[in-house]
Ligand binder design. Structure first.
Ligand code: ARG
Length: 459
């Protein structure tokens, strides 16, 4: 046991207490951020005269050495230390002697850990945004290639009206665009530096907090030292944004699973992204989509967990907050893995265009258009709705589609029908006529694709 705080104690910590309290098994994940924060801190301490330039240089050299040695494996982070902060400080003192004991001047682990967690999550937000961008590029390519791939659009998982694959995928594109901008918002709101807040009440040293904030690329220092050490809003916001990303991926996964089923056969998942069965030789399963759907619960769990942890904590720092780490790290790693794998699966998936079109043709997805045809011939919409309902019933009886029903049958039910009804309810017309922005018609889709072209080029 190597602790930073033995002075006022008369007894060794019980081993079980030590283990329960320690966080090194997981907070070692941000050793780089911890060292980066310490370098900024001592740089500032020297500039305000708390350390000499020589002391600063010795400490910085030592810290850089530790970082390098951890990276190469020359130094191992062991459970002998309570947390990563203690490990770095102890290792520094071993390397450079007494001057290393000055590192923690004007700092507490409370502002230090607040800083490390912010630096870590901030770096991860940048990575996740990049992965989202890659996924959006894949979806954008699919949209461009499938402007004319007709498929049924569903409500209640019942065939509703024909759309295109470009339009369907475009819906997810919008979701991921919002996810991306949510991450940007979070970054902007969290990007203030807590270092210098001390344990809770600032310090008596003449710290230059603007300087450390700027050295670490923050917009500025946080403005209340008690809030600085006890704020985990950004963790909650991040986990909420990650939960929303997972919710979107999970919905999309569910559709991929349906589309890939033997009954639908809309898509074929690449062999490289499918798995087999140990007993049924014919099986090719959509496990990636299922796992993405399944892992969503885990990320929601992290959000619920941190919200519950934070709700009863009085100001300022309390040890409960150490619980923010494992679940945040796990959620971040889970989301990154899911976005990458989902992207790989989508990028290699093939789309069965004839099957999608066939499915759109059967299921009366053009019934609304038949009613609109009547409206254009002077029939009030409510009556038109009833007439087409009767036609659908007739077709169901005859096991045919509206396109296959002879004109005289149409005319028996309403004389307003003429030969051009077939053109009016052809799938091409049904989709093409829907050309208000946001609709699946070719021109409308092209406008959205052009907007997304510019959007992606500027990310
Ligand atoms: N491991 C602690 C955490 O993650 C670091 C801060 C410890 N501060 C303290 N006063 N015990 O929150």
């Amino acid at each position: 046991m190597a602790q930073l705080w033995g002075g006022r104690f008369t007894k060794e910590t019980d081993q079980l207490v030590y283990n329960f309290n320690a966080s090194i098994s997981f907070d070692q994940k941000f050793y780089k951020q911890d060292i980066r924060g310490s370098i900024a801190h001592v740089t500032m301490l020297a500039s305000v005269g708390v350390l000499t330039e020589e002391e600063r240089d010795q400490i910085i050299d030592g810290l850089k050495g530790i970082s390098k040695d951890i990276q190469t494996g020359a130094v191992e982070i062991t459970s002998e230390y309570e947390d990563i902060h203690s490990f770095v400080e102890a290792n520094l003192i071993d390397r450079i002697g007494d001057v290393g004991k000055k590192l923690h001047t004007g700092r507490s682990r409370n502002d230090q850990v607040a800083l490390d967690m912010k630096l870590y999550t901030r770096d991860e937000i940048v990575d996740i945004k990049y992965l989202l961008k890659e996924l959006m590029e894949t979806l954008h390519r699919i949209m461009k290639e499938h402007i004319d791939t007709f498929m049924p659009g569903f409500t209640h998982l019942q065939k509703a009206q024909p759309v295109t694959l470009a339009h369907h995928v475009g819906a997810y594109m919008e979701m991921f665009k919002r996810d991306y901008s949510r991450l940007t918002d979070i970054y902007d709101r969290m990007n203030y530096c807590p270092l210098g807040a001390g344990a809770l009440a600032g310090t008596t040293y003449p710290l230059d907090r603007e300087q450390t904030a700027s050295l670490l690329n923050f917009y500025g220092p946080t403005l209340n030292s008690m809030d600085s050490v006890s704020d985990r809003d950004y963790v909650i916001e991040l986990l909420s944004a990650l939960s929303t990303i997972m919710m979107h991926l999970s919905r999309f996964s569910e559709e991929v699973i349906i589309w890939n089923s033997n009954e639908y056969k809309f898509v074929s998942i690449d062999d490289g992204f499918s798995t087999g069965s140990s007993i049924m030789p014919q099986k090719k399963n959509p496990d990636i989509a299922e796992l993405v759907r399944g892992k969503t619960g885990r990320v929601y769990g992290a959000l619920t967990s941190i919200l519950t942890t934070m709700k009863g904590i009085p100001l300022a720092y309390n040890k409960d907050m150490q619980e923010d780490k494992e679940l945040t790290f796990d959620a971040i790693d889970t989301v990154k893995g899911c976005i990458s794998l989902f992207n790989g699966m989508m990028n290699t998936m093939t789309f069965n265009k004839p099957q999608m079109e066939k499915s759109a043709k059967h299921g009366f997805t053009n019934a609304t258009d038949a009613a609109d045809y009547l409206v254009n011939h002077g029939v009030p919409f409510r009556d038109a709705h009833g007439i087409v309902g009767q036609l659908v019933l007739l077709c169901l009886d005859k096991h045919i589609s509206l396109d296959e029903l002879p004109l005289d049958e149409y005319q028996k039910i309403s004389p307003a029908f003429e030969e051009d009804i077939y053109d009016a309810i052809s799938m091409k017309t049904c989709v093409e006529k829907r050309n208000t922005i946001g609709a699946p018609g070719r021109d409308a889709m092209k406008k959205v694709i052009a907007i997304n072209d510019t959007y992606l080029a500027n990310l």
